[in-house]
Design a protein around this ligand. Structure first.
Ligand SMILES: NC(=O)c1ccc[n+]([C@@H]2O[C@H](COP(=O)([O-])OP(=O)(O)OC[C@H]3O[C@@H](n4cnc5c(N)ncnc54)[C@H](O)[C@@H]3O)[C@@H](O)[C@H]2O)c1
Length: 276
């Protein structure tokens, strides 16, 4: 028996790097999936590739009526809804460049970011919960980020939105546990996706230097965790934020530089053979 046999999942941001990897993983685990994305063509292309276990919707999660209609249509098409993967977020270049600091960010970017990344997740929960409850319970997985736990040079709105997602996750877990609906968050470190490679590829070497494992994560790493959180195996995990970052957040910021420094001191202190 596969982990998600008979289950139905609704995924947002499903055409993106992490969303598509998770959709494929859920289907491999036996689920049927609804793929929702602002980029409806890309969501449809993925649904076509997956076949009859998938349907697609071109949806802006910030538009409540359209988002609700897609969730309701999923429950009608597949007869139930068990899993919501709230995963979409504004990752387009214009938003990322404009999302700077408190002094320079425009109200428009601040408000749009909080609306999509936070209120959009609320809409998803609001309209999925009645279906999940009707199915006897299930799992909501919210996409947070390490950026919701630590500060950064830029992206104050994105980080603030992810901190709100972390808090919302705990409230959902608390308020809907009695309906056997669990809610957990995933907080990834840097994950290499086609999009992040395009916009941030030049920074990967800097980041990797500060990773204990010396490498960035892959969408499949997140998909594996999401499938575990969606499945019955994790039935007693509720209200948790699971960090998945190769150990990036486990150490003090200076440690990797200090390792290099100590190695240089040790090399300088060791006697070198003549002629070396
Ligand atoms: N890649 C990383 O390093 C990383 C790290 C931490 C957290 N995350 C989070 O993981 C999630 C997925 O990110 P990704 O790396 O796969 O990014 P991505 O850019 O590949 O995918 C994001 C998807 O969301 C869609 N989207 C954007 N706005 C939308 C809206 N209003 N309605 C519906 N869909 C919308 C986009 O069209 C895109 O397909 C995001 O919540 C992101 O914040 C990513």
């Amino acid at each position: 028996m596969k982990r998600l046999e008979g289950k139905v999942a609704f995924l947002t941001g499903a055409a993106g790097g992490i969303g598509a990897a998770t959709a494929r993983r859920f289907v491999a685990e036996g689920a049927r999936v609804a793929l929702a994305d602002l980029n409806g063509d890309a969501a449809q292309a993925l649904a076509d590739e997956i076949g009859e276990a998938a349907i697609a919707f071109g949806v802006d999660i910030g538009e409540e009526a359209a988002f609700k209609a897609a969730i309701d249509a999923t429950a009608t098409a597949f007869g139930r809804l068990d899993i919501l993967f709230n995963n979409a977020a504004l990752t387009d270049m214009a938003t990322m460049i404009g999302d700077s600091n408190a002094v320079d960010i425009s109200n428009e970017i601040w408000e749009r970011t909080l609306h999509v990344n936070v209120t959009g997740y609320l809409y998803g929960c609001r309209h999925a919960i009645p279906h999940i409850a009707a199915a006897g319970g299930g799992s909501i997985i919210n996409m947070a980020s390490g950026s919701g736990m630590l500060g950064d040079q830029a992206r104050i709105a994105y980080g603030t939105s992810k901190a709100a997602v972390i808090s919302m996750t705990k409230y959902l877990a608390t308020q809907h546990g009695h309906q056997k609906i669990r809610c957990n968050g995933i907080a990834p470190g840097p994950i290499v996706t086609p999009h992040s490679r395009a916009v941030g590829g030049a920074e990967f070497a800097i980041i990797a230097r500060h990773m204990p494992m010396g490498e960035l994560g892959e969408p499949a790493d997140i998909a594996a965790l999401a499938s575990f959180l969606a499945a019955k195996e994790s039935r007693y995990i509720n209200g948790q934020i699971i960090t998945i970052d190769g150990g990036m957040s486990a150490h003090h910021a200076h440690v990797m530089d200090m390792q290099d420094h100590v190695a240089r001191l040790a090399a300088a202190a060791s006697p070198q053979p003549v002629g070396a």
